[in-house]
Ligand binder design. Structure first.
Ligand SMILES: *Cc1c(COP(=O)(O)O)cnc(C)c1O
Length: 378
């Protein structure tokens, strides 16, 4: 089956019978034991529950993997996965990694003896140079936020294989519609399902997918031990949302290309950042590992006052953090999502006061263009 068909019919199995064909939700936390001293698949829902199992199966199918895992949030997925490592282990991550991932490595796991080095992930040489004898994994998030820099997933996988490390990819920004890291050789792919998989800005959830049975065993153990799981209700909402994943991702990407065309020729706009923009040095890599640039982009305007009035005057797009939902959201990275960095460091990285990030939704493109036009005119 191909992507859209799997998304719609992937968890419909004949064994379940007609009364349980795939649209059902099972909220039970305990399941009566059928036979004394015989283990059964469903006993207690932290260990396994039917609706979570369906979600996990579907996300695995869409990421071209064998084993899927549902978590309470993207951060719960990342946290739980890292518990497979031990004190003294070292990790290489991107300098512009998601803030929550930076925080968990720097402020939490460091206390437990994990070591991390943050490098410019657009440079494979710098990634390889950061590897130490105790390095265990390279953690990739591509494209990066908010400047949409691209990391060469195949290149990282080759380095990781040479040094016997795991490649972990946060695939939140692309979704499995546009990029499937396991097909490129990654070992673990993970998501904030709060974004595209959920898609409607009303679920907080996370997911991970692997092919290797030994990794699946470790992640299953982490799920049961930590218990940071997605609920049955949210699993069911996710199953419903994922049926339209491809339609949503493609429409949002098409809207993005139209908005970019409009902004590129706008006199108030200085520069746009997008993975497949002609001046993005990762353009060719993006085109070789993903089907398009996605629906998140950033742009700069000529002054901070212009940025402020743009946010204040939007009538369709919302001034809000997050991405991957049906609503277009615009945010100001400098004051909202990258607050943990000192001003000079932000500016050095390109996260200036005049930078605006846009997470494009699936509204009518002309309404979005008109909205941006009137907000930039104020
Ligand atoms: C939102 C996000 C996360 C964290 O996910 P939550 O569901 O908010 O815990 C991790 N990585 C990326 C790239 C994200 O955008």
């Amino acid at each position: 089956m191909r992507f859209e068909t799997k998304a719609i019919h992937g968890v419909r199995t004949p064994e379940k019978g007609v009364e349980n064909w795939g649209n059902t939700i099972n909220l039970a936390t305990t399941f009566p034991i059928k036979e004394y001293n015989v283990m059964q698949e469903f006993e207690y829902s932290r260990v396994m529950s039917p609706t979570r199992k369906d979600f996990e199966s579907l996300v695995a199918q869409l990421e071209s993997g064998k084993h899927g895992f549902g978590f309470a949030s993207g951060m719960a997925a990342i946290t739980s996965i890292f518990t497979m490592f031990k004190a003294g282990d070292h990790f290489v991550l991107g300098l512009d990694i998601y803030g929550g991932t930076f925080r968990i490595m720097n402020d939490v796991f460091r206390q437990f003896g994990f070591e991390s080095t943050f490098v410019d992930m657009t440079d494979l040489g710098k990634i390889e140079a950061a590897i130490r004898p105790n390095t265990k994994a390279i953690f990739v998030e591509t494209p990066s936020n908010p400047l949409l820099d691209v990391t060469d997933i195949r290149g990282v996988v080759a380095i990781a294989k040479k040094h016997e490390l795991l490649t972990i990819v946060d695939n939140t920004f692309m979704s499995p519609v546009l990029q499937r890291p396991l097909e490129l050789g990654a070992d673990i792919v993970l998501h904030s399902a709060t974004k595209f998989l959920g898609g409607h800005n009303d679920i907080v959830a996370g997911a991970a997918v692997v092919n290797r049975d030994d990794l699946a065993e470790k992640i299953t153990f982490a799920q049961v031990a930590m218990g940071a799981l997605v609920s049955a209700f949210d699993s069911w909402l996710l199953l419903r949302s994922m049926k339209t994943l491809k339609l949503r991702v493609e429409k949002a990407q098409a809207n993005t290309l139209k908005l970019l065309d409009f902004l590129r020729s706008h006199p108030e706009v200085e520069k746009v950042y997008y993975p497949t923009a002609p001046d993005n040095k990762g353009k060719t890599i993006q085109e070789s590992q993903a089907e398009g640039g996605g629906s998140v982009f950033s742009f700069t305007v000529k002054s901070e006052e212009k940025a402020k009035s743009f946010f204040e005057n939007l009538k369709v797009a919302l001034f809000a953090v997050s991405l991957g939902g049906v609503e277009t959201l615009v945010t100001h990275p400098s004051s909202l999502t990258h607050t943990e960095f000192p001003e000079e460091e932000k500016v050095a990285r390109g996260v200036t006061r005049t930078l605006i990030r846009v997470a494009v939704g699936i509204e009518d493109a002309d309404d979005l263009i008109e909205d941006f036009k009137q907000a930039l005119a104020k």
